[in-house]
Design a protein around this ligand. Structure first.
Ligand SMILES: [Zn+2]
Ligand SMILES: [Zn+2]
Length: 117
């Protein structure tokens, strides 16, 4: 599949609200495995901070919904330079560092004594 075909496929899945089909596809599972092994199963965000955590997620730097054509690309070109598009990360970094936008929905209400008065 070239980028054009990937974009078409992803856009179709988004249109019918079935993007999860991408994440269970043979193509993605294959690529995901390759990225994890390229990164030696190490979380790249933790690694940058100097400690080791096992990675079990692969994150798209260029979000799939925003850049469907890059869904199956390990790298992308921006202004003539090549950048990494897929990185291995641990669950915590994936949620907290890669997708802070998702955290906004999780409103943690502090449980204080006053609440129960
Ligand atoms: Zn991490
Ligand atoms: Zn992600």
């Amino acid at each position: 599949m070239n980028e054009e075909q990937v974009a078409k496929w992803i856009n179709e899945l988004i249109a019918i609200d079935k993007l999860h089909e991408f994440y269970v596809s043979k193509e993605w599972r294959h690529l995901r495995k390759a990225v994890l092994s390229d990164c030696k199963d190490e979380c790249q965000v933790c690694k940058a901070k100097g400690f080791y955590t096992k990675a079990n997620h692969v994150h798209h730097i260029q979000y799939v919904r925003k850049h469907p054509r890059l869904a199956l690309s390990k790298t992308y070109i921006f202004q003539g330079k090549e950048y990494v598009n897929l990185i291995a990360v641990c669950k915590d970094c994936h949620e907290n560092v890669c997708h802070p936008e998702r955290l906004k929905h999780k409103v943690v209400e502090p449980i204080t004594e006053e609440r129960w008065e």
